[in-house]
Design a protein around this ligand. Structure first.
Ligand code: RB5
Length: 152
């Protein structure tokens, strides 16, 4: 994952994740962390794949360091993200998974459910996801095997 201090974080949401995306946007803004907002820009009903795809493509094009994707459950966003070649997305509702999906899976997309996690917990998950490095070592071999699956 590229340095999130210098390469923008891709943010995206549907209507179910809009309020949480806005809270995360304000949180990143307050911390001086650059971001690119792929929408949605209101609470009007929309379709999560429409926002997930460009946000994930910005990550694989290395224009963004990682993606933070919010929908009602986080599940639809994670389904979309994991279909984009080069994306390793994890849907998190607690901090342990957020830490270890960075340490062990080198995840480059975090998915959150705006109807599942409260704002305070979500912001802690975001902070841990962004600040935790990949451990490498034996996990690099496993990531290579994970990425080989999408070539089949
Ligand atoms: C929208 O109602 C909802 O289905 C969506 O936000 C998400 O939870 C899908 O996985």
């Amino acid at each position: 994952m590229k340095d999130y201090h210098t390469t923008p974080v891709a943010l995206a949401a549907d209507h179910g994740g809009y309020a949480l995306k806005e809270a995360i946007r304000a949180h990143l803004e307050a911390k001086g962390i650059p971001y690119k907002d792929f929408g949605t820009h209101s609470a009007d009903s929309c379709d999560y794949p429409d926002m997930a795809l460009p946000a994930c493509q910005a990550v694989t094009a290395e224009q963004c360091s990682c993606a933070i994707l919010c929908c009602g459950t986080g599940v639809g966003m994670s389904m979309c993200a994991n279909k984009v070649r080069g994306i390793r997305a994890c849907c998190c509702s607690e901090t342990f998974s957020a830490e270890f999906t960075r340490r062990h899976n080198d995840a480059n997309a975090l998915c959150l459910g705006g109807r599942v996690v409260g704002e305070g917990l979500a912001l802690s998950i975001v902070d841990i996801f962004l600040s935790t490095p990949f451990e490498g070592g034996r996990h690099s071999r496993r990531i290579e095997k994970v990425m080989a699956i999408e070539q089949l």
